[in-house]
Write a protein that binds this ligand. Structure first.
Ligand code: MRU
Length: 347
């Protein structure tokens, strides 16, 4: 286990590590109603696609606890209202809608029983999603080891570790398992402007695990690929369309282009809950735009002239032709992705 918990469920309370305060302060916040959980997702107390999915699942449990309905269909109505609010919190990571829909499906299938049994079913389902996340990440990390030689130098973008999941993480989980297996691995961490998930969160995690790492500015990846023997880039994802186009943290697309120019393999760690087979390609992915202040200010201080216009997309889409392989919990997919991803999904 990581030496911290991104998400915990104790005494009918959701506990979230406030990632906005890392690496300086370790503050755990408590949540007892679904609207506050939606706010926590929106304001990035918790972030990372799998973590916000799990958080939303417990948000649905809290909606069931808060409901005063005496009949299961009344409870389902209250759950639908909460689902709507939670799914609006952040649009790009499909895990959020995936988890909420899974909770609604459990509720719809349990209408014949009592309100108490429906609540219990929801708690069980949220716990299942929570536990499964850890296993899925471990499986992904183990499958990926065939791609990671001893002595590997890898470039990683954003934070995809135990903070972005329940534990282990996806792309950072691959690095962590390589280290646990005794491989000498060195991670170059993109700082990941504007919210600095790489500099503040990934560096915090790798320090805690004792994994050698170096933080670089996002624009340094070309230089680093040219001057260091980089074995591969490893990133996570927020939504992957059926053809293998990958939405991930802004800057991923640039990194993939630079990697291709340097013939560095570009790997995406993707739990199958992040695959959105309803979308044929990445142009259909809804990209979240966040507040301009994330760019115009650093730690509350303005860095641009007042009134400067900014564009702040939180994610971009890397076309599948830049992606060497997609690592899932069921194995590694190589192009052509429409065929290989579907085959893994269906096994
Ligand atoms: O805006 P964030 O911090 O939620 O973005 C996170 C990412 O883009 C991660 O790479 C992705 O969610 C995968 S996390 C395992």
């Amino acid at each position: 286990m990581a030496p911290f918990r991104s998400i915990a469920w104790e005494n009918e309370t959701l506990i979230l590590l406030d990632q906005r305060q890392l690496p300086h302060q370790t503050v755990y916040l408590q949540y007892r109603d679904p609207a506050s959980v939606a706010d926590a997702i929106q304001t990035m107390v918790v972030r990372g696609a799998p973590a916000i999915g799990v958080t939303a699942a417990f948000g649905m449990v809290l909606a069931a606890t808060a409901s005063t309905a005496t009949q299961p269909d009344g409870l389902l109505n209250d759950l639908q209202t909460a689902a709507h609010r939670l799914m609006q919190a952040r649009p790009t990571a499909v895990n959020l809608a995936w988890a909420v829909k899974r909770m609604l499906a459990v509720a719809s299938e349990s209408l014949a029983g009592s309100v108490a049994s429906l609540r219990q079913q929801l708690i069980d389902e949220a716990q299942n999603i929570y536990q499964a996340d850890i296993q899925i990440n471990r499986q992904m990390g183990l499958h990926a080891q065939s791609l990671i030689p001893d002595g590997a130098k890898v470039i990683h973008h954003c934070n995809t570790g135990a903070l972005a999941t329940v534990d282990y993480g996806t792309a950072l989980g691959v690095i962590r398992i390589a280290h646990e297996q005794g491989k000498q691995i060195h991670a170059f961490l993109d700082e990941t402007r504007p919210r600095l998930q790489g500099a503040s969160l990934s560096a915090y995690e790798l320090k805690a695990y004792g994994i050698p790492h170096t933080v670089i500015v996002d624009g340094a990846s070309g230089y680093v690929m040219k001057t260091q023997k980089i074995n591969c880039c490893l990133v996570g994802c927020d939504r992957v369309s059926a053809n293998g186009d990958v939405a991930n943290k802004i800057g991923t697309y640039n990194l993939a282009i630079v990697a291709k120019a340097h013939r560095v393999p570009f790997y995406v760690a993707c739990p199958l809950s992040t695959l959105d087979r309803s979308l044929s390609n990445g142009d259909e992915i809804n990209i979240e735009e966040r507040a301009p202040e994330e760019i115009t200010h650093i730690q509350g201080q303005p860095i641009t002239p007042a009134g400067t216009q900014v564009l702040n997309p939180a994610f971009d889409v890397t076309p599948h032709e830049y992606i060497t392989a997609i690592i899932t919990e069921k194995g590694i997919a190589y192009p052509p992705y429409p065929k290989t991803l579907a085959a893994l999904f269906d096994t």
